[in-house]
Design a protein around this ligand. Structure first.
Ligand SMILES: *Cc1c(COP(=O)(O)O)cnc(C)c1O
Length: 469
């Protein structure tokens, strides 16, 4: 499989190189040159397969030529064997023909584990083969950091540095990062905010001389392998609900558009998906596009669903690329205008095309809490605020009551106690067994000033399993 850039100017890469690449050299994002397509008979024959076996069938075409079948099978079995629920991604029914796909049974209790547990193992496999080591530097306001650290903890060839804003992440989220030990794991608390952390990561990618030749790898949601891993659970859910004979609708709590883009790809690969709902919080750039064909930046608001607090959605470019007939030049132009501060609209027929599949809703904090309370009263289930936004959007935007509606349950409610307590159902919260001692575990973290040189100095002193690069 070959991968091409959404801006048309970067060289095509194979899977192995796309795994190690972040942004393409022309500033675009990598997408498969040709998407694999499965027949209905083929998809139907996968009904009942264990998650890791289904994952092998869905993802095999993407890694073909880079990872041998036997190795890939083993990696997938190990990856999804770590999940705390035997079904890996179980469906829980909330109402007639309405389900939550529980994607929070991985080690850090959010859907990001599906991709990052796999990414760590794939990286290590490829690096061992090439006899190379890499450094990962990432910024997090919560979920991504812990999932990335968990995903890399057993990697022999990866050193990971995760920057979080000092005293500005929740205690659960901080502890999920700082209680994982390894000589290749480094938590850095920056005396600054999340943007400061992100700026330092960007600057480190732009000038990598402090790494003395070691390659820097990105684990944010633009990494193709993350999208790829997320395609699988759309197939998994649909197969449980009568697919592919029957089509299914999905409502997806959305920030950077990675998770829902995977659903779009599943549909293009042959899975009958009748509707995809973009569920956002008050940071609603995607809702403004889907409802009014306006993609315009606005100020960032802090909400009760912090993992969806974004101003722009990086993966949206991948959808725009398809909507523009895969014309990289057109995307480069659109993005250049956008960067200069202008928003954009797309031509009417392109927007109409998107609207055949996508609907959207922006949900306020107040509505989020109302939904948590409502669902608890009706079912006894406690939803996390992100998932609650998905449920609210599903109920408002649903096109057909006959089509099963699946809401992606993106996080476990214990990760976001503030919203759950505001909704008045906080007493029902309990840490899952594998994290029950989280609050008594020892923590390891280095606090550094909001200073790029200090951070880069730290990385070069510790980037080789705790030793200097
Ligand atoms: C990351 C995240 C999201 C948003 O996913 P995107 O792929 O960025 O759209 C939603 N909910 C939770 C809990 C998350 O961690």
């Amino acid at each position: 499989m070959r991968y091409i850039s959404t801006r048309g100017q970067a060289p095509a890469l194979n899977f192995e190189d796309v795994l190690l690449a972040g942004l393409a050299s022309d500033g675009g994002l990598y997408v498969p040159e040709n998407l694999p397509r499965f027949t209905q008979e083929e998809i139907a024959s996968w009904a009942g397969l264990p998650y890791h076996e289904l994952a092998f069938r869905v993802m095999r075409p993407f890694v073909e030529g880079s990872i041998a079948d036997a190795d890939f099978k083993k990696i997938l079995e190990e990856t999804y064997g770590e999940f705390a629920h035997a079904a890996v991604a179980p469906l829980r029914q909330l109402n007639s023909n309405e389900w939550v796909l529980e994607l929070f049974h991985g080690p850090t209790l959010a859907f990001k584990d599906f991709a990052l547990q796999l990414l760590g193992r794939l990286l290590d496999h490829v690096l061992a083969k090439r006899n190379e080591r890499v450094v990962i530097i990432g910024a997090t306001s919560g979920d991504t950091g812990s999932a990335a650290i968990e995903g890399c903890r057993r990697c022999d060839n990866v050193d990971i540095f995760i920057l979080h804003p000092h005293q500005r992440v929740s205690e659960v989220q901080r502890r999920q990062m700082t209680t994982i030990f390894g000589d290749n794991i480094h938590n850095i608390a920056i005396e600054g905010n999340f943007d400061d952390c992100q700026e330092m990561v960007k600057a480190s990618f732009a000038d990598q001389s402090f790494l003395k030749g070691t390659r820097l790898v990105a684990v944010n949601s633009i990494n193709w392998a993350r999208i790829m891993a997320q395609i699988v659970y759309y197939f998994h859910a649909a197969l449980q609900l009568g697919g592919p004979a029957r089509s299914v609708a999905f409502s997806v709590p959305t920030g950077n558009f990675g998770d829902i883009f995977a659903g779009y790809l599943a549909r293009n690969m042959g899975l009958p998906v009748s509707q995809l709902i973009v569920a956002t919080n008050r940071n609603d750039i995607l809702h403004r596009f889907m409802s009014g064909n306006q993609y315009v930046k606005e100020t960032l608001h802090a909400t009760l669903s912090p993992s969806m607090d974004i101003m722009v959605s990086s993966n949206f470019e991948r959808l725009l690329f398809d909507l523009h007939g895969r014309n990289g030049g057109a995307i480069a132009e659109l993005m250049a205008n956008f960067k200069q501060g202008g928003g954009f609209s797309v031509e009417q027929d392109r927007w109409t095309e998107a609207r055949k599949l996508f609907d959207s809703l922006a949900v306020s904090d107040e509505q989020t809490c109302e939904t948590i309370a409502e669902v608890f009263a009706a079912t006894g289930e406690v939803l996390d605020p992100h998932t609650a936004i998905g449920v609210k959007a599903a109920r408002e935007c649903r096109r057909s009551l006959d089509t099963p509606m699946v809401v992606l349950g993106t996080a476990h409610p214990v990760k976001f106690p503030e919203a759950v307590e505001k909704a008045g159902v906080g007493k029902a919260l309990e840490l899952p067994a594998h994290l029950s001692d989280l609050f008594s575990r020892e923590e390891r973290c280095t606090v550094l000033a909001n200073d790029l040189k200090a951070v880069q100095g730290f990385v070069s002193q510790h980037g080789n399993r705790g030793k200097p690069l």
